[in-house]
Design a protein around this ligand. Structure first.
Ligand code: GLU
Length: 491
């Protein structure tokens, strides 16, 4: 099976494009076939090298590798033009000298002529005297070349939608060479697919109306006609075609938050279903199970919550060493010194934090709380757990003294805290909650004894000290109100 992905470098790698690329790649990988990458850059004004690079790097990030290419469509303009000329010479295309005014009138009349307006240019060409078209062309009069759409109908067995049929009379005599001689999109695609010996074209539903034209062109040029499949569009939550209004559509925008394996998993399920209720899948499983037969015929909704959920599932099961390097790349400061001090510390911390993470970025921010550096006190956490400042100060001070002499492991730390709570005749929560705010600035975190353990003795005691200063300062000057909430704390 030879398949291809043929993006135009006039924009970034769009979510829909990435899905098309993935589906083709899956077909190639599961059949031992070949995945060809072709950059359709013939629209010079709108194409750019930066966009080509963005597309390639998006594919690389997703792990979609190509076997041939990138081929550049613009490299074969000569062949496309020659193919157009061949059709003209064979009488399968004609020269169209219509003026812009005539073409505008055709368009305006299209409803009144019940589709026949698509043949208006053909009729004008037929009205020319024998030999006139050639003479005018030789004299240098500008003209387009149109494909002469034959009578009858065009059908194909669509890999997704089943039998498809178009009446040829509804198909425009499409321009294949523009007045400046340049070939058009449909002609170029047909030539390039044949040249690359593509035997399966799987692409978005938005290309459905191009397919009968491409089939007719391929036949006229004597090329083998590939199989076609059209994947339904991706929709936003409102059922409309996915666009920026619904959130990021550029794949690159997900790179800080989402793991590539989660994005691939998500894209695979956008329009394909494995047939059971399995959702979290590794790539090898998707490759094994993917099938054209299970591509859904209806549009599928881009559900950002599901993407985040899948990401969380992959975060919590992926290889820790790899996760470690992805997170490290997003930390504001390198944790290397802290890591070297305590073997296993970094992996242990990641393992602790990843169970509740849904985004790589949030995970990195959480990890950074355990590195030396300032933490900010969340206003809501302060309001809730540091309300009675005097008492909080008293408890935190007692805790600091108690923990100072403690062996730094979760169990002895827990024992020390619980003993103290008992002595003070308060529930352990009265100590734990203010302590959590002191250590992390937040109202939620993993178990507090793990937090203490992973922060380490120095950083923990330091942060408790900083919290004590903060609550004392506010007690002395109650007019400052919630200042603690705004001030950075800790070291
Ligand atoms: N270049 C076209 C696009 O970006 C795709 C052509 C095709 O898949 O046939 O929409």
């Amino acid at each position: 099976m030879r398949v291809r992905f043929a993006p135009a470098p006039t924009g970034f790698l769009h979510v829909g494009g990435a899905r098309t690329a993935l589906f083709n790649w899956l077909l190639a990988r599961q059949s031992g076939g070949t995945f060809v990458l072709r950059i359709e850059d013939t629209d010079r004004a709108r194409s750019s090298e930066a966009m080509t690079d963005a597309i390639l790097s998006g594919l690389e990030w997703l792990g979609i590798d190509w076997d041939e290419g990138p081929l550049f469509q613009s490299d074969r303009v000569g062949e496309h033009t020659a193919a157009g000329r061949r059709l003209l010479a064979a009488g399968l295309a004609y020269r169209d000298f219509s003026t812009p005014d005539e073409l505008a009138r055709d368009r305006a009349n299209i409803a009144a002529l019940a589709g026949e307006a698509t043949r208006a240019a053909r009729r004008r060409a037929e009205a020319l005297a024998p030999g006139e078209a050639e003479e005018r062309a030789e004299a240098g009069e500008p003209h387009a070349v149109r494909f002469l759409v034959p009578e009858g109908s065009t059908d194909w067995e669509d890999a997704v939608h089943g039998r498809m049929r178009f009446r040829n009379r509804d198909i425009d005599d499409l321009v294949i060479l523009r007045a400046d001689g340049s070939p058009t999109y449909n002609l170029a695609v047909v030539c390039d697919d044949a040249h690359a010996r593509i035997d399966m074209v799987l692409r978005g539903d938005d290309h459905l109306s191009n397919t009968p034209k491409q089939i007719l062109l391929a036949r006229a040029l004597g090329f083998p006609v590939p199989r076609f499949g059209h994947v339904p569009l991706i929709l936003g939550r409102d059922g409309k075609r996915l666009s920026k209004r619904h959130g990021a559509t550029d794949i690159a925008e997900y790179r800080r938050d989402i793991l590539p394996e989660a994005m691939v998993n998500f894209l695979a399920l956008l329009g394909w279903s494995p047939g059971d209720d399995r959702e979290v899948m590794e790539l090898d499983e998707i490759v094994r199970r993917f099938s054209l037969k299970r591509i859904l015929r209806k549009g599928s909704v881009f559900d950002a919550d599901k993407l985040a959920w899948l990401n969380g599932r992959h975060l919590s099961r992926m290889d820790l060493a790899r996760l470690g390097s992805l997170v490290k790349a997003q930390l504001p400061q390198a944790p290397d010194a802290t890591i070297k001090d305590r073997p296993g510390w970094y992996e242990g911390l990641l393992d602790l934090l990843r169970t509740r993470a849904r985004s790589l970025d949030a995970l990195a921010r959480n990890v950074s709380l355990y590195l030396p550096g300032e933490i900010a006190y969340e206003p809501a956490a302060v309001r809730k757990h540091w309300k009675r400042r005097a008492q909080v100060g008293e408890y935190l001070d007692a805790l600091r003294r108690r923990l100072e002499g403690c062996e730094w492991h979760p169990e002895p730390l827990e024992r020390a805290l619980r003993d103290l709570a008992e002595e003070l005749e308060v529930g352990a929560g009265r100590l734990i909650h203010p302590l959590r705010v002191a250590l992390t600035g937040q109202a939620v975190s993993p178990g507090i004894f793990d937090v203490l353990y992973y922060l380490g003795r120095d950083l923990s005691l330091d942060r408790i000290g900083r919290a004590l200063e903060t609550v004392a300062a506010e007690e002395a000057d109650p007019a400052q109100g919630d200042q603690a909430a705004a001030a950075p704390g800790g070291r």
